[in-house]
Design a binder for this molecule. Structure first.
Ligand SMILES: Nc1ncnc2c1ncn2[C@@H]1O[C@H](COP(=O)(O)OP(=O)(O)OP(=O)(O)O)[C@@H](O)[C@H]1O
Length: 636
């Protein structure tokens, strides 16, 4: 709620938002007050001042009965706006009914309705208005119906498309399974989720209704005398345009300004409800304080990350979910990144792959991949480098591929783009890579679409896509989370084999320390956007940070007592926007001291291969190394 209010205030503070709001308020105030304040002036006939041009007494001149045109334009605001709004409401309501009925009606009827709407949308709007005004007859009521129904097909189409996209979502399927009826489904689950874009379009639609209505009145088939709206005044003004051009100009300007007010307000509302918060007005992102973390050293590092920070603008200021992460990955090394949800693991992986989009801001003292600085290398060069040398495997195998393209072609695209291979050669290479990741009948499979692959096969194909180039590093972000244990094990084995065969380094991001310790020789433990421990998974090295020990203590194994309650780490990680000034883990740490609450520990070397960020790293260390503490999980 606070977020939404802050967004509105930010939108209103932009020049466009402020102008739109001021214009709309002016139009609405005039619509309410003008007919109350100046009814006499607008209808007073002055036979001594017939069809005059602008003068001190009549700023916009007079009409053929000597009535003051400016006052008439001001008084006509109410009727023009009310009729436009009525037509808009009619259009939105009938559009919504037409657009959502297909999801409630039996399928054949629904299809018929969709076809009818599609045909109606194909007609130009003006033609529809004229068609309906012939049906509903001349006059104000007929014009409201004509404009309203002419607007309906566009809204129906919009509602249909949006309702269809919501209807495919999991929560609607869940409600359906739970036995929720179609109509209830529509009102409870579908409509609330499409309301915001519809409101935005309705606001913009009011501008169109105003224009269409003025057009009808101008043609003489809308508002009839003695009533008058802007369209009618425009028509009358045009009759005497050689005597007094301002008589036509004044209502024309009114139509344009009011139409603009509705359209601009619609755009502003769209910005608030649909578009990401912009960084504007927040000031520059916070500069990462240089941390005294001891760098991890590698002579042959593929990846060097020093003091990496990722910040996002929010309504209440910048949030910094990754706050000074430093590590390096040696050639052919497998490094695991573990931590609870929200610790900044994925953002670290995305920042390295340059996949953090604006308004997110990535800064680092050093961010180098194969010796090339990622933050300063030009975009074109970077695309080539990352396209061939870095592979990314994401968590959700369903969404990793474009559902509309064959797998083989998607793989081949990499070689066509970056290695200049011909279409046929690139496809042959794709088949070869699918074979390398053990996809059976690779040639046939390459011609299939992603939905024809199982989850595990899709993940393999994703790794195959990474192998189209000559990857020096594979970043796999929770690659096995959506897979069952057997497939998970196969995939980890494939990653390990790729590493030994090709010397590819691997960064494996996972919340599961068991998975990571089986696959990687080094583990980075992240908490609150920082690396709190960097240790080998070797037997012989015992974890020192209380958080690493807590993570290990929550790992289940075959000997876990099934009767005892599941082990958990008490408390919750801090929100990125509410980091304490001391150690982020202090509130949950069993070994906490006063110093932990006020001073943030840096990552210090305890041995040549082990770094830890803790004021009390020696307090009751775990008796066993990570690999021994974890007795189950995917193995090679
Ligand atoms: N685009 C964004 N804008 C603002 N905050 C974001 C954005 N993306 C992520 N965050 C925040 O950054 C924090 C870290 O996110 P990240 O996805 O890196 O966590 P994670 O450790 O990978 O957790 P998980 O395992 O749940 O994916 C989270 O608290 C998240 O809310």
């Amino acid at each position: 709620m606070v977020n939404r209010r802050a967004k509105w205030l930010t939108a209103l503070r932009t020049p466009l938002g402020a102008f739109a709001a001021a214009l709309l308020v002016l139009v609405l105030v005039l619509a309410v007050l003008a007919p109350i304040l100046w009814p006499g002036q607008a209808s007073a006939v002055d036979t001594n001042a017939i069809s005059q041009g602008p003068s001190a007494a009549h700023w916009a001149g007079t009409d053929e009965l000597g009535r003051d045109i400016l006052f008439r334009v001001l008084v006509a605001t109410r009727l023009s706006i009310v009729l436009a709004l009525l037509a808009m409401v009619l259009g939105v309501v009938s559009g919504l009914v037409l657009g959502t009925l297909p999801s409630v009606l039996p399928r054949p009827l629904g299809r018929l309705l969709i076809a009818a709407v599609n045909i109606a949308v194909a007609f130009p709007g003006l033609l529809l208005v004229l068609f309906f005004s012939v049906i509903f007859g001349v006059g104000t009521r007929g014009a409201v119906f004509a404009v309203g129904f002419a607007l309906a097909p566009a809204f129906a189409r919009l509602a249909q498309t949006m309702a269809a996209s919501v209807a495919g979502r999991d929560f609607v399927a869940a409600a359906r399974v739970a036995g929720v009826g179609r109509i209830r489904l529509l009102f409870r689950h579908v409509l609330p989720n499409i309301a915001e874009p519809l409101v935005v379009n309705a606001t913009i639609g009011a501008g169109s209704a105003l224009l269409a209505f003025s057009g009808l009145s101008f043609l003489g088939i809308g508002v009839q005398a003695p009533d008058y709206d802007w369209g009618r005044l425009l028509g009358e003004g045009l009759n005497g345009i050689y005597l007094n051009p301002v008589a036509a100009l004044a209502p024309g300007v009114a139509v344009v300004l009011a139409g603009l007010a509705f359209n601009l307000v619609g755009e502003t509302v769209a910005g608030v409800v649909g578009v990401r918060t912009r960084a504007r007005g927040l000031g520059p992102p916070p500069v990462a304080a240089t941390r005294a973390d001891t760098p991890a050293e590698h002579e042959d590092a593929v990846l060097v990350v020093e003091n990496l920070q990722v910040a996002f603008p929010g309504p209440a200021g910048w949030t910094v979910p990754v706050r000074g992460v430093s590590f390096s990955v040696g050639a052919g090394e497998a490094v695991g990144v573990v931590g609870e949800s929200g610790s900044g693991k994925s953002l670290t992986g995305l920042a390295v792959s340059r996949l953090i989009e604006a308004p997110g801001v990535v800064t680092a003292d050093r961010l180098e991949f194969t010796g090339r600085p990622l933050l300063t290398t030009p975009e074109r060069e970077l695309r080539g480098l990352l396209g061939t040398s870095l592979a990314m495997v994401f968590q959700d195998p369903m969404t990793s591929f474009n559902p509309a393209r064959r797998i083989g072609r998607q793989l081949a695209e990499v070689s066509e783009q970056h290695q200049g291979l011909s279409r046929a050669d690139a496809f042959a290479r794709a088949v070869d890579r699918l074979r390398a990741v053990r996809i059976p009948a690779a040639r046939r499979r390459a011609r299939q679409y992603p939905h024809e692959f199982s989850g595990g096969m899709r993940q393999r194909a994703m790794i195959g896509m990474g192998l189209m180039g000559d990857p020096r590093l594979i970043i796999a972000d929770e690659p096995t989370t959506a897979l069952d244990v057997t497939v998970q094990r196969q995939l980890l084995r494939l990653l390990a084999r790729t590493r030994t065969e090709r010397g590819t380094a691997i960064v494996l991001i996972s919340h599961d320390i068991a998975v990571v310790s089986q696959t990687c020789e080094r583990i980075l433990v992240m908490y609150g956007g920082r690396v709190v421990e960097d240790l080998p998974s070797d037997p012989g090295v015992t974890p020192r940070h209380p958080y690493t020990r807590a993570l290990l203590a929550t790992t289940l194994d075959l000997e876990t007592d099934r009767e005892a309650p599941l082990p958990v780490i008490p408390g919750r990680p801090p929100e990125p926007g509410r980091m304490p000034s001391g150690c982020a883990f202090a509130a949950r740490c069993p070994a906490v001291s006063d110093r932990c609450r006020t001073e943030d520990p840096v990552l210090e070397r305890v041995t040549t291969v082990h770094r830890v960020a803790c004021w009390h790293p020696d307090g009751s260390p775990l008796a066993v190394p990570v690999k021994e503490a974890v007795t189950t999980g995917g193995g090679e």
